[in-house]
Design a protein around this ligand. Structure first.
Ligand code: SAM
Length: 277
């Protein structure tokens, strides 16, 4: 079962702001010129990147007046996308201090620091008032959280009546031994996968009504095929990409991810749920 320290040390890079600033320079831009779209290849740490975020968040009907919570926000890529696309305010929380600090720096670079606040915190014990948010979303975080019931209870508590939450996580689709390392864990001890039915049971037990479910396996297979084709064409990785976050074992993590999905052991799955009014 992953504990907080193991999770946070798994994701800690050490010099992330510098590495991303170098990548921005290699794009031919200054830190004043860089845009939310330029950063997307490195700050969306989930299957499908920005394309997946857009398809997922559009289901939450986010409005400009909404207060939105990004649970396990990482570098805050989806927070910046949401603030820019829907005009809302976003609060992000994440266990890994380096991600939070880097994410706040990226918000300042793109001029969104006024509308987005990223903080260190635990998804299973949120330091937020009850019914504080109109919308909340979780992207590729539950794989590190064993207690899905605690996650669902916290999401329910902080969402206002009539509010919506979305989860886009890697979920277990069949039993079988996974190949490690994967992007979220170096070994099985850092991983806490659950099946879609377990997530849905936790959400319903907490009081939500699950209104949508979508398995994104085919999308993931196409995404990884495009990634592979680009890697074979180019000479080395692009200036900005999630290879920066995954470190030296990035190629192995991606290969294992593709293999685990191809064997139908795991898949990225979206769930949308509503809190009754
Ligand atoms: C694969 S990254 C995804 C980050 C971001 N949601 C995205 O899609 O780009 C997983 C993130 O979950 C965070 N995380 C894992 N367990 C957490 C917990 N219990 N509470 C808050 N954040 C957590 C990690 O620190 C990491 O930033």
């Amino acid at each position: 079962m992953p504990d907080r320290e193991l999770v946070s040390s798994h994701y800690t890079h050490g010099r992330l702001v510098e590495a991303i600033a170098e990548g921005v320079g290699r794009l031919g831009k200054t830190l004043d010129e860089v845009t939310v779209a330029d950063l997307a290849p490195v700050d969306e740490f989930h299957v499908g990147g920005r394309v997946a975020t857009e398809a997922f968040l559009d289901q939450l009907d986010i409005e400009a007046a909404h207060e939105v919570l990004d649970v396990g926000c990482g570098l805050g890529g989806a927070s910046r996308f949401a603030a820019e696309r829907y005009g809302c305010r976003v609060r992000g929380i994440d266990l890994t201090p380096e991600y939070v600090a880097t994410g706040n720096t990226l918000c300042a670079w793109v001029g969104l620091a006024e509308r987005i606040t990223l903080e260190v915190g635990d998804a299973a014990a949120l330091a937020c008032a009850d019914a504080r948010f109109d919308r909340a979303f979780v992207m590729h975080v539950g794989m590190n959280i064993a207690d899905k019931a605690a996650l669902a209870v916290e999401l329910f508590r902080v969402t206002r009546p009539g509010g919506r939450v979305g989860i886009y996580d890697i979920m277990r689709t069949q039993p079988g031994e996974l190949a490690y390392p994967v992007p979220w864990a170096a070994s099985a001890s850092g991983s806490a996968l659950a099946a879609p039915q377990d997530y849905k049971a936790a959400l319903e037990q907490a009081g939500f009504t699950v209104v949508a479910e979508r398995n994104r396996r085919d999308f993931a297979v196409e995404f990884f095929a495009r990634l592979k084709a680009r890697a074979q064409e180019g000479d080395g990785p692009p200036p900005l990409g999630i290879h920066i976050l995954m470190g030296e074992t990035a190629p192995q993590k991606v290969r294992n991810m593709i293999d685990n999905i191809a064997r139908d052991l795991i898949a990225p799955v979206e769930l949308v749920a509503e809190k009754p009014s």
